[in-house]
Design a protein around this ligand. Structure first.
Ligand SMILES: [Mg+2]
Length: 388
């Protein structure tokens, strides 16, 4: 079997109204699907991080010529070839986003050829995964009561965990606020963030998992101060409290707080995560399968985390294809903790698959049992959201 063509399909969904985190406002959600055609009847589907729109050209112009004519089942060899030949300008960021989408599609092919769902082909650990509701964004007009009602609606649907955004604070002496954007919308005082967390904890009750995501906005000292102020609310984790590259700062936060520190979706690849794990910057490890090298690299990251007795809770915040891949990944590793299930309105999550993925009433997601990722794209949704 040989690879004969690689196609990228960029998608865009408008967020109405926009919503925000400490990292910026979200007016559009994007997706970049990757389809790999073989000379057999098998086509693989993947998804790559958008890389600001630059990932598609990297796949088509840089990586595709390395792969045409190659055996799609030599996945590790192809991965290493793509990584080695882009070493000078790759290793992180856009090139790894591109490799991720290709790797996911290659594993989809492998599962289809083996006639096994991917998580079983990878030597599965479980056939269902606990999902948590990822929401609680800042939004114009969303009151604290509205936020609490949102969290309650997730609990009512069966979710046993909810993640919300905090950290959109203008006066915390960190650099991010000044860099990200003109942040007139949804800027709150730290005290208001604490009140938001308190309201969500009340809505969820004492037993539910409650996580907060700071999106790298705080200084280490302020993260420690806020982490202590939030201790009464028994957070399951604090996500990305400080800048991704402030590894010592994150380690200081993790050392000072009893609350686990989770991160960093914004780090990429095994070597990046090696730094975070070895230096004690994270208690819970959060690679994104569509950014951080696909199944091949993320399973290495998970193995490294396992060697350091750390759990993995993948970041997943793109289309249904990334969600499906993340589900298989989480089910295939021994230290898969929980899976992020974005709950913001998103047609790329709800309409892209012929059978959308859903949470069960017990808060878990069942693995698709068809071969590969076990998904079929709905081509009418691709026409609706496809961009030239
Ligand atoms: Mg996050």
């Amino acid at each position: 079997m040989k690879i004969v063509n690689i196609r990228t399909i960029p998608l865009s969904y408008r967020c109405e109204p926009p919503y925000g985190s400490a990292g910026g406002m979200q007016a559009r959600r994007g997706g970049l699907l990757v389809e790999i055609e073989t000379d057999g009847r098998v086509t693989g589907i993947g998804e790559a991080g958008l890389g600001g729109g630059a990932t598609g050209p990297v796949i088509e112009k840089v990586l595709q010529p390395m792969l045409i004519g190659e055996d799609p089942l030599l996945i590790e060899g192809l991965w290493q070839k793509m990584f080695a030949r882009t070493r000078q300008y790759g290793r992180r960021g856009i090139v790894m986003n591109a490799i991720s989408g290709i790797d996911i599609a290659l594993w989809d092919i492998a599962g289809k050829v083996a006639n096994l769902p991917l998580y079983r082909l990878l030597g599965g650990c479980r056939d269902r995964v606990e999902a948590y509701a990822s929401g609680g964004f800042y939004q114009e007009g969303k009151s604290i009561d509205g936020l609490a009602a949102e969290a309650e609606s997730y609990r009512a649907r069966g979710f046993r965990g909810v993640k919300m955004k905090i950290g959109r604070n203008p006066s915390t002496q960190t650099h991010l606020r000044h860099l990200v954007e003109d942040a007139g919308l949804c800027v709150v005082d730290p005290e208001e963030d604490i009140a938001r967390v308190a309201a969500v904890r009340r809505a969820l009750g004492p037993r539910a998992k409650l996580m907060v995501d700071v999106n790298c906005a705080w200084s280490p000292a302020f993260a420690i101060e806020m982490g202590r102020a939030l201790e009464p609310y028994k957070l399951y984790w604090i996500e990305e409290p400080v800048a991704t590259d402030d590894i010592d700062g994150s380690a200081a936060v993790a050392g000072a707080l009893a609350t686990p520190i989770a991160g960093y979706e914004t780090e990429i690849g095994l070597d990046g995560f090696r730094q975070l794990i070895a230096r004690g910057a994270v208690d819970i490890v959060q690679p994104d399968i569509a950014w951080s090298g696909g199944f091949s690299e993320c399973r290495r990251i998970a193995a490294l985390a396992q060697a350091h007795h750390r759990m993995v809770a993948p970041h997943a915040f793109a289309s249904a294809v990334t969600l499906a891949a993340s589900l298989h990944f989480t089910a295939s590793i021994p230290n898969g903790l929980v899976l992020e299930f974005d709950q913001n309105p998103n047609g790329l999550r709800d309409e892209l698959l012929q059978e959308p993925l859903a949470v069960e009433s017990d808060g878990s997601m069942r693995l698709p049992e068809r071969p590969g990722l076990g998904i079929e794209l709905d081509r009418s949704a691709i026409e609706r959201y496809g961009i030239a």
